[in-house]
Design a binder for this molecule. Sequence first.
Ligand code: TXA
Ligand code: MG
Length: 312
Amino acid sequence: MFPLDQIHHASTLLKAGELVAFPTETVYGLGANALDNLAVARIFAVKQRPHFNPLIVHCADIKTAQTYAQWNAQAEMLATTFWPGPLTLVLPRKADCTISELTSAGLETIALRIPSHPGALQLLRECGLPLAAPSANRSGRVSPTTAQHVRDELGSGIHCILDGGACSVGLESTVVDVSGEAPVLLRPGFITQDMLELALKKHVLSPESGKIIAPGMLASHYAPSLPVRLNARSVQSDEALLAFGGDIPPSAADVLNLSVRGDLVEAAANLFAHLRALDKPGYNCIAVMPIPEEGLGIAINDRLGRAAAQRS
Ligand code: TXA
Ligand code: MG
């Protein structure tokens, strides 16, 4: 457990949309308010991720988790057996789910977990928010299991690192998709396939079959039904425009701007919601203005490239 002043400070930062690194029993997480697109976009910026992986949403209790996901019998069984603990459940989002679209990277599913680390639970209870938290390392590096690792990895990028000593598990949580009939182990971890099968009394598909639906490749990964035209510098009358920056083609009728001031973090925060909003009957295409290929722009262009390739 942490001293109250530390927990209050961390909680105030989270409510203000800032990032806080905190210990869990598995690895240290880089936490943000999962309801706040802009706060979640900051995670991707600090981690320097070249694409938008969906993030795990950490909750204080099962009741909170159930408000965001379509719960089912398999989830109930695994949650009561292994939570709080190093297990993440992937479930369909509820229709009225308020978790940011960027947290789910546009997927129709959501990954949920209740950590068992007393300090993590204390933080979740105090701030009263669901926390999106990937491992607190820069993209492509190993996960941190001490506060010093986090400082070494991200030091200058975050204002607050809660130091809870070394993580007891030291390995990321097991991720299991229980959104369908057959559970699929997406990432092996401390909770083994055998333990899952024992609890569910049924076969769990192995990581190999799970790889086929690696998040970036998922068919359900939000793809607009309209074709997407990239690097648009002009716009036709039958096109909706996804704009970036202040210099918009004058003929544009239906425009949503990712960021008027050309801010890539703000653009990432708006990406999935704006794509969804422009994807409606009445237009033949979504034209997308050029996004600079730097910082978070790399992840935005990766996602837009996939959206455009869907049709061609
Ligand atoms: O132990 C852990 O899980 C740590 C601590 C901080 O809780 N967090 C962590 O997060 O490892 P991250 O972002 O490094 O890994 C999240 C994993 C990724 O493999 C991601 O693809 C998967 O969870 N994931 C998240 N949402 C998903 C979804 N909707 N469908 C499928 N996979 C999902
Ligand atoms: Mg990670």
